[in-house]
Design a protein around this ligand. Structure first.
Ligand SMILES: Cc1cc2nc3c(=O)[nH]c(=O)nc-3n(C[C@H](O)[C@H](O)[C@H](O)COP(=O)(O)OP(=O)(O)OC[C@H]3O[C@@H](n4cnc5c(N)ncnc54)[C@H](O)[C@@H]3O)c2cc1C
Length: 376
């Protein structure tokens, strides 16, 4: 590449989408990625023995209701139409999430019709939280939304594991109102456009970056190349914003995860892709069984082996992989300091989950990349 007129630092979904859009606008784009591969946390490995696609950073299901995002990603991948369902194991029984007629009827031993559910949940909520004041924390907010029995069974211990603290210590605004579906719709995501790339996620990224105006360099940290581009070339940065400024105000807090994979001599371990373990006596939050993401792949489905992955939430410290931003009043104040710092750097565009310090689903990551590149 003789000339660079946009740098993209970080080749996750946000960075790859930004690079492609800029290249199609005629910019010569240099993509720098510090990992040995592109794709960020959506990266997968393929098990050489079974052909199972292994999601290295936790299960990723593409789902969206954003037309322009769906049109964009389908230029680089054909999706298999997989529709995500999540089950929950509680007290030795298996339930269909999300909270809806299937789960509520099974849990209470009832046979309610859709029209009966809202009043039932409202009565349970009123029994659990008297009202007269706003809920003061996550627990009160959740109980005021679904009642205590459902909260105790499906939310309390899962939340405690996920965030590593009692839900009473979490802000009420984390949970908003918990929706309960008055139907037997057990589709986990409300988006009907859903699926996994037939050729795998890695191929989606390779095709997105396959453009004559894009050059990709892996194993390169932006910090190591920054001094080469002092003259106002726009930089689209999707690494951690606090790291970019040397943690000068202190690190932004994250929750991290540990994944433990196991190969099993079984055709099928749990009969579905994700089961949540919502009780306190199980240390992990979920088991992922990856072969179920490709029901169209007869060879993978017929394999006499399966690979599962247990997901353990854990505390984060600088150097660990950050997964979920911890949204508190303090972290918002800290973020504002870094954002003010970034605003003083000409031609710096912060994006992605690390750059914006915000959880985004994949479709929102693409949508945000479209927004970020629109004025260039
Ligand atoms: C456990 C988990 C499960 C999820 N499941 C789903 C799901 O099912 N469906 C869904 O829609 N979304 C899901 N998501 C969200 C999804 O992971 C994100 O939307 C997406 O990964 C965000 O992409 P990104 O580019 O912002 O970040 P990343 O994927 O983190 O990419 C950032 C890239 O920047 C690189 N980088 C960082 N700093 C530098 C630097 N200084 N120089 C060079 N490179 C750098 C990193 O190595 C990384 O490759 C999930 C998230 C988590 C945590």
């Amino acid at each position: 590449m003789t000339e660079v007129d946009a740098i993209v630092a970080g080749a996750g979904l946000w960075g790859c989408a930004a690079a492609r859009i800029l290249a199609e606008k005629g910019r010569a784009v240099l993509v720098l990625e510090r990992r040995p591969h592109v794709g960020g946390n959506v990266r997968c490995d393929t098990d050489p023995e079974t052909g199972i696609e292994l999601h290295a950073y936790g299960s990723h299901i593409f789902h969206t209701h954003i037309d322009r995002v769906w049109d964009f990603v389908r230029r680089f991948a054909e999706f298999n139409g997989y529709q995500h369902k999540v089950l929950a194991r509680h007290a030795g029984k298996t339930y269909f999430l999300p909270l809806g007629l299937a789960l509520v009827n099974q849990f209470y031993g009832l046979d309610m019709a859709p029209s009966e559910l809202p009043a039932f949940i409202a009565a349970e909520a009123a029994k659990g939280f008297a009202g007269g004041r706003a809920p003061a924390n996550f627990e009160e907010q959740a109980i005021s939304s679904i009642g205590k029995p459902l909260y105790d069974a499906f939310i309390r211990e899962y939340t405690r594991k996920q965030w590593g603290t009692d839900p009473c210590n979490l802000g009420a605004d984390i949970v908003k109102r918990l929706p309960v579906r008055a139907s037997y719709d057990i589709n986990y995501f409300p988006d009907y456009r859903q699926g996994i790339p037939l050729a795998g996620y890695n191929s989606l990224f390779d095709r997105m970056l396959d453009h004559p105006k894009i050059t990709v360099e892996c194993n390169v940290d932006w910090a190591a190349r920054r001094s080469e581009f002092p003259h106002g070339v726009p930089v689209f940065y999707s690494g951690p914003v606090d790291e970019l400024f040397g943690y000068k105000f202190g690190p932004l807090p994250w929750r991290s995860l540990r994944f433990e994979q196991e190969r099993m001599p079984l055709a099928d371990f749990q009969g579905t892709s994700v089961v949540n373990y919502v009780d306190a006596d199980v240390p992990y939050t979920r088991i992922h069984e990856f072969k179920h993401y490709h029901p169209e792949n007869a060879a993978v489905m017929a394999s006499r082996q399966t690979i599962v992955c247990r997901e353990y939430p854990r505390a984060w410290k600088p150097g660990d992989e950050p997964y979920y931003p911890v949204d508190t009043a303090e972290s918002r104040e800290l973020l504002a300091l870094y954002q003010a710092e970034a605003a003083n750097v000409p031609n710096l565009v912060l994006g992605g989950r690390l750059g914006e310090y915000k959880y985004y689903d994949m479709d929102r990551s693409v949508d945000r990349a479209m927004e970020a590149t629109s004025r260039f």
